[in-house]
Each structure stands twice: as C-alpha cells, then as structure tokens.
Design a protein around this ligand. Sequence first.
Ligand SMILES: Cc1cc2nc3c(=O)[nH]c(=O)nc-3n(C[C@H](O)[C@H](O)[C@H](O)COP(=O)(O)OP(=O)(O)OC[C@H]3O[C@@H](n4cnc5c(N)ncnc54)[C@H](O)[C@@H]3O)c2cc1C
Length: 400
Amino acid sequence: MGADPSPASARPLVILGAGYAGLTVAQQVHRLSRGKLPIVLVDRSPAHILRTQLYEIDRIAASGGDLRRWAVPLASVFEKTNVQIRTDRVEHVDLAGHTVQLDSGTIEFGALALCLGSAAAYYGVPGAAEHTHSVYRLSAAQRLATAIRAMEIASIALTGERRPRVLVIGGGSTGTELAAEVSTTDWAAITKPGARRPDVMLLTGSLPFLAGFPPQLIEHARELLVRAGVSIIYGWNVTRVEPDRLHLEDGSVLRFDIAVWCAGLQAPPPVAELPIRHGRGGRITVEPTLEIPGHPGLFAVGDVIEFQDPKTGRVVPSTAQAALAEARVAAANIVARWKDTELQPFTYRERGVALSVGHGAGAAALDRLTLWGSPAALFKRLIQRDYSHAVEQGESSRVL
Ligand SMILES: Cc1cc2nc3c(=O)[nH]c(=O)nc-3n(C[C@H](O)[C@H](O)[C@H](O)COP(=O)(O)OP(=O)(O)OC[C@H]3O[C@@H](n4cnc5c(N)ncnc54)[C@H](O)[C@@H]3O)c2cc1C
C-alpha cells in the first residue's frame, strides 16, 4: 500500500471480536487513519461486554434481566464513525486466502485483527462442562445468577445447620473475586427473608493460589477471603464432576449445590484450528509487531495470543490491561502497514493489579505501593468506572 492509500480501492480492515482488544483496535485505527481506512468490526454480540465485571453476580441477580451495566451497544460506541458493525459468528478464518467464514456468509479482508478472546478450558475433566457454571460470558454469568437466586430461595426450607454450598474451582483472580462476592452478598435482601448465607469453598487445584500475582497482594487477598467466610482447599485437581458432587485427585468427594468453573481459559475454536504455530491452550505466538508469523498485515491481539516479552522473558498475562496495551500498538502497526511506514515492537509494562475481594474490600499492588481493604476496593471501582465511561463516550481508554 502507498503513502496516500486510496480508501475506495482498499479492502477493509476486518476486526474479529469487539472485546477489550478489538474495540480498542477499531477506535485507534479509525482515529489514526482519520476514518480513511474502511473497518468492519465483527462480533457475535451487538454489545461490548465488560467482562472484567462479570464476577458481580449479586448485581446481575438483582438486575431483573436489565444487563445494560455490563453491555455497551457497539452501535452507540461507533455512532459517529465509519466503522461498520456486523453482528455475526466467526466460523473459520483463512489467513492465506484473506477471507473469513461467518455464520451468514464470507467476507474478504485486506488487513486483519484477530481479537476473539478466550473460552473456558475444561482439560478433559469428565462432567466439568456439563455440570459447572462459569462467568466468562455475560450469558453464562446470567445463568449462574439465576441458579444462585433459585438456590437461595430454596435454602429457606433447609433445616438444622445446613447451608447451600457453592464450590468455586480455580484459585486465580476470577475464582477469588467470584468466591468473595458470593460469600459477602446479603442474599436474603436480594431474594427472600430467611435465605441462608451460602457456604462458599474455593478450590485452588494444583496451582498455587493467585499464581503470578505479587506476594504481598496474595497474602492480603488470602486474609480477606478468609474474613469473607470462604474456605480455601489447596493442592488437589478435580478429576470428575457429577450433577451434585465432584471428585478430587486424592479420592475425596465434595458435594455442592452450585459449582463454578474458573480454572482456566484457552483459545476459541476458530483460533485453535489455524494452521500456524500455537502456544499454551492453542493461543497464537505472534511476532514482536503482533503480526501472525508468515502473514504480514494480519495481527492477533488480546487473550488469543501468547506473547513472551523479549525484555523480561515473561509471558504477558491474559488480562484486559494487556489487551488494551497490545491493541494500541497493533492499531499503530496496522496503520503503518497501510501507509507503508515502519512498524514498532510491542513491549509490556504492567501498571499494577487490583482485585475485588468481597463487598467493599480488595487488594491492589501498584509499583511499590500495596493497597488493601476499602482503599483497594475503591481503586478497583474507579478503574472500572473510568473504563466504562471511556467506552460509552466512544473514546479510547488509557485506564484498566
Ligand atoms: C470475571 C472476570 C474478571 C476479570 N477481571 C480482570 C481485571 O480486573 N483486570 C484485567 O485486566 N483483566 C481481567 N479479566 C480478564 C479480561 O476480561 C480478559 O483478559 C479480556 O477480556 C481480554 O480481552 P479480549 O479482547 O482479548 O477478549 P474479550 O474481551 O473476551 O473479547 C472477545 C470478543 O470476541 C467475541 N467472540 C468470541 N468468539 C467469537 C466468534 N466465534 N464469533 C464472533 N465473535 C466472537 C466475543 O463476543 C467478545 O466480544 C477478567 C476476566 C473475567 C472473566
């Protein structure tokens, strides 16, 4: 492409996925190309889902089905732009042929940003997909909220000491935030007086609790979880799940009313099946420019990639924070390819991490500063509010 590319003759930039990565790529490319590069943004949902807030299961349960707080319509984000929104499911991507097979037909692209995020990984554990809930998608979180409501209403009839039990599988950030939220919610206020407080257990599996997080944050989070009334079970992986119980590696059996799978993520099928080099869980290992190896001008961003930072040797975490940082560089490089100018490599600097650990409590680590309790919870809320605000205004966010 030349230095003054003609929009009329250009095949569009197709962005697959309108999550944190895809939405930001679309906003940035639109801005950097001054609206001259045609963009088609494809997602199965007509809204951008605020996935980092899907642990808010109590609010989802209390919402009465009004989910606007977690879903920002793409049509309003891109109202004043020429970004074309297409609500459709991606079935297959042909990198060499520059086409995407959608549910409703095939589209061609000149440039590509693959931003399809991630899907639950069940590691072949029998019964896990069938008998557990998850919070990786808004529809799944809504189903979980409905199930907890029903469980809590049924708990009014329980006798003796019995409390309904929620098992959260996975001791990473999602499992920690969800377990604490469920345990510290006043379910009687949301459902009916007399509803019993659930007995919440968090199973870390064989991975260390909050693996990869700063040690000082881990200790604060552990203490807050215990204060929230969550029991933590360390060390054993789940080997089988039945409708009302699960089996652990050591032979023990845990009964549950509701189990939630927060144990890991992998690349979604259209990404995992691509005939290229893959990293863990089918993620794409990309070039420093975030291009797919062997396919200049075709980029992958966000949870779909495994990126090892050449400076630190560390794999960049699968977080919204990293997805936004990658998306800004990918967008600049997409425009650089279009203008035939130099591309820049991606390097990652984490701005800090913040976890919600129950109502009004949290743990955060920012450079040398550690926050916990209510200041950390407030910090986390501010980050979320700033991000939602930026998206609703159709602006690119610098937060999260
Ligand atoms: C409960 C929870 C809390 C979290 N908290 C934090 C946090 O505090 N901070 C943080 O940095 N990260 C957090 N994360 C991680 C963060 O949400 C992800 O890293 C982030 O969403 C990755 O962005 P992405 O754009 O790659 O993927 P996503 O945001 O998942 O976007 C992918 C998009 O692709 C679309 N899509 C997928 N498959 C198809 C298909 N076949 N056809 C059409 N469209 C498709 C989806 O609808 C979606 O819109 C959290 C995650 C969860 C689940």
